[in-house]
Ligand binder design. Structure first.
Ligand code: AVJ
Length: 329
């Protein structure tokens, strides 16, 4: 017997294929050495990240979920009815699913760099919310422009949870917000999750969990390069390091070489001195005020902000400033 599976409309925005070799060779030739955090997410890395989200020390996921749950009616009231909800980097769409239980949206458009994954998730949501128009796309975060022709017509609201914005340098975060503002237009909005500044010890623990899953997640990057670029990293001679850099307001993740060693990768050799680092991720933290300032510089006006009791995490609703309106709106 055939099992009918309903697949909603799907669009391939043709994200820049990752030029893994060039990217890695370029990053390892720099001083200090660095590798992009997006390289952390191969299949194994994505699975490890899902495990991180459940760790007792890693508060962001569960805190944001609780904020969305506790304030769903409020948030839905501000967003209004019949919007077209677009979620860049939606992955398995779990947070949107939560929101859509309370939000009478007209359409939902999840996008992800992993097209197959988001397509499956979109199909699940279409089944769960039969009156919702669902369409998914393979695209990366920054591809708002190409999505324009594909998204159903209606008032646009972008959903960007998880404090993914924290991975961007402040100038990149501003660019993302400027692009989001122009994509949603004057009557649109942005619902975004932002991790808050807090005691350094709390942050340190969140990125140095007792079970060592974050370390495994970070070190998996080397295993990936061994596999995909014929590398010979000795994973046992590197260790995970993560710390809060107070002056920069960010958590940094590094891989530290524990010895003098030479690694061959993609046919090239790279030397490490003892203690030398590869910088693999930044995770910027903002106060509410700092984030309002950043969003304001990108043309957004605060529409609402929700936090948890301990002020660990924030969810913001922002709307584009209408051109020509004075400072008081
Ligand atoms: C997915 C970028 C939000 O910065 O907290 C978790 C990634 N890195 N533990 C974060 C991450 C180490 C995460 N973001």
């Amino acid at each position: 017997m055939n099992t009918a599976v309903f697949y909603p409309r799907f669009f391939d925005a043709g994200p820049e294929p990752m030029h893994l070799r060039e990217e890695v060779v370029d990053g390892l030739a720099r001083r200090p050495k660095r590798l992009s955090p997006k390289l952390l997410y191969d299949a194994r890395g994505s699975a490890l990240f899902d495990t991180i989200c459940e760790l007792p020390e890693y508060y962001p996921t569960r805190t944001e979920t609780a904020i969305l749950q506790d304030n769903a009616a409020d948030i839905a009231g501000l967003i209004g009815e019949e919007c077209v909800l677009i979620e860049p980097g939606a992955g398995s769409c779990h947070k949107a699913e939560l929101l859509l239980c309370h939000l009478p949206a007209a359409a939902y458009v999840p996008t992800d760099i992993c097209g197959d994954h988001v397509r499956e998730a979109a199909s699940r949501l279409a089944t769960r919310f039969p009156r919702l128009e669902v369409a998914s796309a393979c695209a990366d975060f920054s591809q708002f422009e190409v999505l324009s022709s594909f998204v159903p017509s209606g008032r646009r609201v972008v959903f960007f949870p998880g404090s993914t914005i924290g991975n961007f340098e402040p100038h990149e975060a501003k660019r993302f917000l400027v692009d989001a503002a122009s994509f949603v237009g004057a009557d649109g909005g942005l619902l975004i999750g932002v991790d808050l500044k807090k005691e350094p010890e709390r942050l340190r623990a969140a990125y140095n969990d007792a079970r060592g899953i974050t370390a495994e997640f970070n070190l998996n990057l080397l295993t990936r390069l061994n596999r995909e670029l014929q590398g010979d990293f000795d994973v046992n001679r590197f260790r995970h390091q993560a710390f809060y850099e107070m002056g920069k307001g960010r958590v940094e993740m590094h891989l530290i070489s524990e010895a003098a060693q030479e690694v061959s990768i993609a046919g090239l050799r790279f030397r490490f001195v003892p203690g030398e680092t590869i910088h693999t991720e930044n995770s910027y933290k903002y106060t509410i005020q700092e984030f309002h300032r950043l969003a304001g510089s990108a043309g957004f006006v605060p529409g609402g902000v929700w936090t948890d009791r301990q002020r660990l995490f924030s969810v913001h609703y922002l709307t584009p400033r209408i051109a020509g309106a004075g400072p008081s709106g």
